[in-house]
Design a protein around this ligand. Sequence first.
Ligand code: NAG
Ligand code: NAG
Ligand code: NAG
Ligand code: NAG
Ligand code: NAG
Length: 379
Amino acid sequence: MSDHDVDDIAFLTGSPNESGFMVNKRAMYEPGAVMVCSQKRACCVVTLGFVAIIAVALIVAFTKPGCPEATYTGEPLPGQSIRPTSSPPTTPPTATNGELFPWTSVRLPTHVRPLHYDLSLHPNLTSRYVKGELTIKLTAIEETQQIVIHGHDLNVTSYKLHNKYEKPIGISKFLEYPAHQQLYLKLDEILRRGSNYTLRLSYEFTLKEGLEGFYLSSYKTANGEKRYIATTHFEPTAARAAFPCFDEPQLKAKFHLSIYREPHQFTLFNMPLQTSVKAEDSDLILDQFQESVEMSTYLVAFVVCDYDHVTNKTSNNVSVSVYAPPMMISQASYALRMATQILDFYESFFGVPYPLPKQGSFLFAELRMHLGYLCSSWL
Ligand SMILES: *[C@@H]1O[C@H](CO)[C@@H](O)[C@H](O)[C@H]1NC(C)=O
Ligand SMILES: *[C@@H]1O[C@H](CO)[C@@H](O)[C@H](O)[C@H]1NC(C)=O
Ligand SMILES: *[C@@H]1O[C@H](CO)[C@@H](O)[C@H](O)[C@H]1NC(C)=O
Ligand SMILES: *[C@@H]1O[C@H](CO)[C@@H](O)[C@H](O)[C@H]1NC(C)=O
Ligand SMILES: *[C@@H]1O[C@H](CO)[C@@H](O)[C@H](O)[C@H]1NC(C)=O
């Protein structure tokens, strides 16, 4: 207040050229006026600074060897994942039969995309042998004469393609390229844009104890007997080790599963069980599940086991279950209470109801590890 008064006095006692003096004084004392000039300059400096940073970033980005999406044509080292290099490819990608593999990118072509997977599995936990039958409904986004799909360590024994009137389309070439975990089908006809097709594949593989894909796990009963279970871990790119699929997260589709089991076991999938019938030619049971919502391949989960379970409901009537070996089921009630409360909390926190009819948590008791841990798969 007093400063302002002094300022006013200075104006009155200043030079006769009052207006000019006032401008000068303002320039000297008023922060706003001073800022007008230096703001421009500051803007220039800041802009130049940003331009410099962006330029450096661009130079760094483009002089680096390459990005993961770069097309790669060289052969990676055995057992090593794809590492693109800027040097020209030395050897062209070679399929398992020695032929040239025509698709060179680790990403799939965008000409076709899946709509629906119908998967039928027969895993044998004793022999570790799994037989799979898969029907993929796909649609052509653009005209194409090839289909490239993921598959990892699967022995594909038959492949057939039909159009939507069930007329067969010849497949002149079937190639496997393990380095990119891809399968390539060369077609006799051009797929028409906007049309739907059905790809049917039969395949087989063995369950491994690898904690990835569809794998074998085990636990010990109270009397020391070793029991096996088969379960999945697909995230981020292991769905292709359980069934041939378009294993990229944006290629969402609906999934339907049917799976064989022995009578003392039970099976789990993302969706609730629909029917459970005795197989015609054996003592086995065939479990069929409801069709899933549209989702990415890495979210698919299924289990064959002989665990016990405890179940409760959330306040919105979503069924929540926790599965554990019979010996450890007494320890599952805390996990169940927490899982139910957490689901309730998230529903109110996000204001979005849980979209599926059930939620399962799988309490693993791996080998001699007596601490179960909660696996948050959407079972
Ligand atoms: C697995 O194979 C054994 C014989 O090796 C057989 O007894 C059992 O029923 C089979 N189980 C399934 C699920 O096929
Ligand atoms: C392809 O299948 C989808 C999903 O089943 C369906 O909505 C669409 O109409 C079909 N397109 C043609 C051309 O039949
Ligand atoms: C897959 O095929 C290879 C080579 O033909 C064979 O050695 C292997 O045993 C097969 N695996 C299964 C599970 O059939
Ligand atoms: C299920 O949840 C309700 C509400 O939290 C609780 O009162 C009840 O005891 C639970 N039942 C079991 C079997 O855990
Ligand atoms: C909860 O679901 C059961 C069947 O799962 C049904 O019988 C019951 O009416 C439902 N309750 C509410 C409040 O929606």
